[in-house]
Write a protein that binds this ligand. Structure first.
Ligand SMILES: [Zn+2]
Ligand SMILES: [Zn+2]
Length: 170
């Protein structure tokens, strides 16, 4: 009866019941925005899965890749650990806690161009600045003897219905 069904013909993927890719991407983005704890892709997957049970890990990887490529999230790499993701786009460095493994955002007092912070040899151009520190986070510093493990996420702590997405079309 309705010849103009709203199915996107551009996707090679089979059209299935369930959230479309933009909605999945929105859910991934919101999972990152909800907590500033720099989760890995697998952790993002576990969080999003509570809201979008049909989502796959591969889809989460794809969404994260798209979000990172479009500059909406930052990929955070440290040593040989799996990449983590950061939705804080203001200028900041990362503190990697050598005690509990957490990653904390360290904002700058006053944003400055790199050549006012670092000595840059002549001819050097900075396209992206990534500063990281290794030390102990505030929690581990206050309770150095407690096994500082990330507290478990309370179930259904973020199960609010999806709000209109702040994402521009990609
Ligand atoms: Zn960060
Ligand atoms: Zn710590």
């Amino acid at each position: 009866m309705s010849p103009s069904l709203d199915l996107a013909p551009s996707d090679a993927l089979p059209v299935k019941k369930g959230p479309r890719q933009t909605e999945q991407r929105k859910a991934v983005f919101e999972a990152l925005m909800a907590r500033a704890d720099h989760p890995s892709a697998v952790e993002v997957f576990l969080r999003v899965k509570t809201r979008v049970p049909s989502i796959s890990l591969a889809t989460v990887y794809n969404c994260l890749e798209t979000l990172a490529a479009s500059g909406q999230v930052r990929m955070v790499n440290h040593e040989r650990e799996p990449s983590r993701y950061c939705a804080n786009l203001s200028e900041h460095a990362h503190l990697f806690c050598s005690h509990c493994g957490s990653v904390t955002d360290l904002p700058v007092h006053t944003p400055m161009p790199p050549d006012q912070i670092w000595y840059l040899p002549e001819g050097v151009t900075i396209s992206q600045q990534e500063v990281s520190f290794r030390g102990t986070c505030a929690k581990c510093g206050q309770h150095p003897h407690s096994a500082a493990q990330a507290p478990p996420l309370p179930p259904h702590s973020r199960t609010a219905p999806l709000r209109p997405s702040p994402l521009p079309p990609i």
